[in-house]
Design a protein around this ligand. Structure first.
Ligand SMILES: [Ca+2]
Ligand SMILES: [Ca+2]
Length: 144
């Protein structure tokens, strides 16, 4: 009698455990097939102002710190922001918008923006506008 009850309950308990594991996994892990964008560098090819630009990036809904650039200067992405600020999740089939912005006292100058789709890539993105020319290398990795 007791053995029969145990046998009947075990598969049910197993099913509940599996469902619970599946739920908690979905809450912690990013959506399957999503991507991560990481800004690796920012290079000033041609400044918007003289003698330095004050540049920050908008990466999705994050904003980096502002850093000065002289003409020809390259900075690592990690110099502009922490990991949260220079990386962004991209949903499957979606994209993230990155903007290069020059900081000014009243109204900042947007040098340019580009869209990054959820697709494995390593690219040297050129961004020009407002008389300035920047290069923003980035990588996109597919998340498991
Ligand atoms: Ca400025
Ligand atoms: Ca400006």
């Amino acid at each position: 009698m007791n053995l029969k009850r145990i046998a009947a309950v075990l598969p049910l308990a197993g099913g509940i455990a599996a469902a619970t594991t599946g739920t908690s996994h979905a809450q912690v892990a990013p959506m399957a097939g999503s991507c991560e964008l990481r800004i690796t560098e920012v290079q000033a090819r041609d400044l918007q102002e003289t003698p330095t630009d004050e540049i920050y990036l908008r990466v999705g809904d994050e904003r980096t710190s502002t850093r000065t650039f002289t003409e020809g200067q390259t900075r690592e992405g990690s110099e502009l922001g922490n990991a949260d600020q220079i990386t962004e999740f991209i949903a499957p089939g979606g994209f993230v918008v990155v903007s290069v912005v020059e900081d000014d006292p009243a109204v900042d100058t947007v040098i340019g923006s580009f869209r990054v789709p959820c697709r494995t890539a390593s690219k040297e993105q050129l961004v020009s506008g407002a008389g300035a020319f920047y290069e923003v290398p980035y990588v996109v990795t597919q998340l498991p």
